[in-house]
Design a protein around this ligand. Structure first.
Ligand code: PEP
Length: 254
């Protein structure tokens, strides 16, 4: 049984005060949930404060990016060790906004994953096709390319510390969610790809989150799919009420 993971990607939102307000509501309302991993990913500026606020709670913290070098003349960048220093446990890598706006390549994402693993951070690798690619029947080619490229030279053992998030680009922030069947199909494809390249056992243990316009009213049908192990949530993770409902929907104890 894979433990579901519900992650909030706050993107470039929330001042420190707002972040603390949100995370305090979450930790109060979700304190009894044990069968779901709960993760918040604030902007860099709020990491330190949020880490203090969630200390000792069941809420874990991740960052939204890192740079692969350990230190030096890389103005504006943040290293894996710096994230560890703020008590981050996870880091989102290869998000489609980073791939499209900042032109990140699979090769760069691969370097970032290696840097994260080296620093004992758990990477969440994001992959997903654009609308045109889906319409051109290229979804599986794109996903295979992103998964293989981003995971180049990663061992099966290392993969145990990685989560994959399938996020169709056309569903991110658009209100257009993939149907549970569409998402399941791609998740099953990713698991098979991992099985073929890293072995069945590794593939069975791998958690694959769905991301793209996840809301309280569509989470149940998604999470009930056999290969969907949680969600990476943007918009709905910014409202305490919505994120609380999303986590509760993934808990069978609830
Ligand atoms: C995301 O950015 O990872 C995401 C899934 O956003 P949204 O939930 O807003 O579609």
């Amino acid at each position: 049984m894979r433990k579901p993971i519900m992650a909030g990607n706050w993107k470039m939102n929330k001042t420190i005060t707002e972040a603390l307000d949100l995370v305090r509501q979450l930790s109060m309302e979700l304190k009894d949930i044990k069968d779901v991993d709960i993760l918040v990913c604030p902007a860099f500026t709020a990491l330190h404060s949020v880490s203090q606020a969630v200390e000792g709670s069941n809420i874990k913290m991740g960052a939204q990016n890192l740079f692969w070098e350990e230190k030096g003349a890389f103005t504006g960048e943040v290293s894996a060790l710096m994230l560890k220093d703020t008590h981050c446990e996870y880091v989102i890598l290869g998000h489609s906004e980073r791939r499209s706006i900042f032109k990140e390549t699979n090769d760069q994402v691969n370097k970032k994953i290696k840097a994260a693993l080296k620093a004992d951070l758990l990477p969440i690798l994001c992959v997903g096709e654009r609308l045109q690619e889906r319409e051109d029947d290229k979804t599986y080619d794109v996903i295979a390319d992103q998964v293989k490229g981003s995971l180049a030279d990663i061992s099966a053992d290392e993969l145990k510390n990685i989560i994959i998030a399938y996020e169709p680009v056309w569903a991110i922030g658009t209100g257009k969610v993939a149907s549970p069947e569409q998402a399941q199909e791609v998740h099953a494809f990713i698991r098979k790809l991992i099985s073929d390249n890293f072995g069945v056992e590794t593939a069975q243990g791998l958690r694959i989150q769905y991301g793209g316009s996840v809301k309280p009213d569509n989470i149940k049908d998604l999470i009930n799919q056999p290969d969907i192990d949680g969600a990476l949530v943007g918009g709905a993770s910014l409202k305490a009420e919505d994120f609380i409902q999303l986590v509760q929907a993934c808990s069978i104890e609830d």
